[in-house]
Design a protein around this ligand. Structure first.
Ligand code: SAH
Ligand code: MG
Length: 221
């Protein structure tokens, strides 16, 4: 492993967030494979939905740097429903005292800048489904880890999964087969992707599921 990669992984481990290291490494490796897909005039394109303080961003950004890809990191940075006060994943440290609202953008920026990943990572600050409706670049990798409620999770899946190119990767976080371990929507997205026959399983670790888009039957791509 290069010194640079070791430093980036150490950085990811030290960043606040919700990505266990073993899962982050599986995500990183999927992204390296996705990043090796070459395009005519540029490197590969990755999107992550749900960045929080930049932990998954650094794992994915490490792969983007290594392969000359660009990671677009989508988040409004005001937290999901489950991050708000009174909910399970609330963290008072990320509340902006001036507004009383969660604001993780500053921490995200610090994580990306201090990792030196600014050339390969772009923040898209806003509502994920709104951005998805205006997005048109085919994705070599899409990582879905945004709001985990029924409505936001499905909106992310419906808005972003169709942009994954044939041969490209779709990763979904917080997929729990046993309802006792966590909420249903991410698991249901994963089932829907497999049921669609457009995606096949391509790895898993913890609650991370990696899928790959296949060509529709009868086509020769
Ligand atoms: N991947 C992160 C964790 C993401 S937590 C890590 O590695 O730690 C989920 C994130 O989704 C939150 O930061 C929240 O602000 C974001 N989110 C939820 N709904 C969203 C929406 N509609 N548009 C943009 N971001 C959203
Ligand atoms: Mg998650």
């Amino acid at each position: 492993m290069s010194e640079r990669l070791e430093a980036l992984l150490a950085h990811a481990r030290a960043t606040k967030g919700f990505m266990p290291d073993d899962e982050g490494l599986v995500l990183y490796r999927a992204a390296v494979r996705a990043g090796r897909r070459r395009h005519v005039a540029r490197g590969a394109t990755f999107v992550e939905i749900g960045a929080w303080c930049g932990k998954s961003t650094v794992y994915l950004g490490a792969a983007a740097e290594e392969t000359d890809a660009v990671l677009f990191s989508v988040d409004h940075h005001h937290g999901s429903e489950e991050n708000q006060a009174g909910w399970e994943h609330h963290d008072p440290e990320v509340v902006d005292p001036a507004t009383g609202r969660i604001d993780t953008l500053g921490l995200w920026r610090r994580a990306v800048d201090s990792a030196g990943l600014g050339a390969n990572v772009v923040a898209m600050v806003g509502d994920s489904p709104t951005i998805a409706t205006r997005w048109s670049t085919p994705l070599d990798l899409c990582f879905i880890d945004g709001g985990h409620g029924e409505e936001p999770a499905w909106a992310d899946f419906e808005g972003w999964a169709p942009h994954v190119c044939i041969g490209g990767w779709l990763a979904i976080h917080d997929v729990f087969c046993d309802p006792a371990d966590g909420g249903r929507p991410p698991y249901e997205l994963w089932c829907a992707a497999l049921d669609s026959k457009q995606f096949v399983e391509d790895g898993e670790c913890g609650s991370l599921r990696v899928l790959r888009r296949i060509a529709p039957p009868g086509t020769d791509v």
